[in-house]
Design a protein around this ligand. Sequence first.
Ligand SMILES: Cc1ncc(C[n+]2csc(CCOP(=O)(O)OP(=O)(O)O)c2C)c(N)n1
Ligand code: SF4
Length: 350
Amino acid sequence: MSYARPKFRHPNLPKNELGYSLDYYEGSISTLCAGCGHDSISAAIVQACYEMNVEPHKVAKMSGIGCSSKTPAYFLSNSHGFNSVHGRMPSVATGGNMANKDLLYFGVSGDGDTASIGMGQFVHVIRRNLNMVYIVMNNGCYGLTKGQDSATADEGSKNKAGNVNEFQPIDLASLALELGATFVAQSFSGDKTQLVPLIKAAMKHKGFAFINVISPCVTFNNNVGSTKSYDFVREHSEATSTMDFVPHKTEITANYDEGTSKTVVMHDGTLLQLHKLEQEWDPQNKLSAMNAIYKSRSKGEILTGLIYINEESKDIHTIMNTTDTPLNKLTQNVLCPGEEKLKEINKGLR
Ligand SMILES: Cc1ncc(C[n+]2csc(CCOP(=O)(O)OP(=O)(O)O)c2C)c(N)n1
Ligand code: SF4
């Protein structure tokens, strides 16, 4: 069941460059549990799309199954959406993207959806560098099916029933890095200041942009002993840097000291300004990104922020040399060379 929002809005609400106010980017009223981290992530997506002047009809929201995968109903109600099968979102997104590369693909998944049933799909969508934003709303449990431990639950972490997880977790950020993801970030649902610029940068990245967001499940995994609870994450996260996202057309006025900040120029000229907390941090160095993740993990901390970016990234369409015109817009006379041409081709094969 979905609930409609009241239509009335104050006429003087601020508008973006397209003339839309923030509510134009919202979805139905959420039916998730009050306080669920996933709702904060939906709000961050709404904010990022509003501030980036995204045309909602040029967005495709893709998801699998889970509380997390329900969230596309709660943001961008004026966009396209496909709520697919558990763990199968990447292949549906790949199909959509191959047919129409002109849309902005937002994939939303859960740690169960991605790290268990969907793992095979996840690794291949990274390998292919599909041009999409892929957000995992990671709560370390299967929220929708009543809180069983997922494959990202930390070893020694306690669930609500008091059971301790004995298995090693799958670290999605380092796995994504290892598989060649060209944009890897990590954040916390309760940190909108960090999450919104990360989503904006991910939208601008040409290739697979992965954001692993720790998103506490207030109903089944917010207890003492859980490493995905609000308290634990607030006390144990360490940021790589703080960042500003500067759109292409905006004059750069921010001052920053050389040696403590780094500017990453994205393929369309937009800028990411990283204000480093760690002197040696270089988000374009994969080895240092790997090291930083391992270092944080060994201290029992969660590394947040932009962990890695490769601006030389070649997305699947560049690799496959597809036509500039999206495949779904090619007409029959372009696709079919005609009888005479076919005869000629066939002759050459005899
Ligand atoms: C093929 C299939 N297997 C199992 C299920 C049952 N199921 C529904 S959601 C879910 C896990 C959800 O966990 P997660 O992806 O972490 O999302 P969350 O609900 O925690 O946001 C499972 C196992 C299903 N719907 N389909
Ligand atoms: S069960 Fe957990 S993940 Fe699902 S809506 Fe409730 S708080 Fe969120």
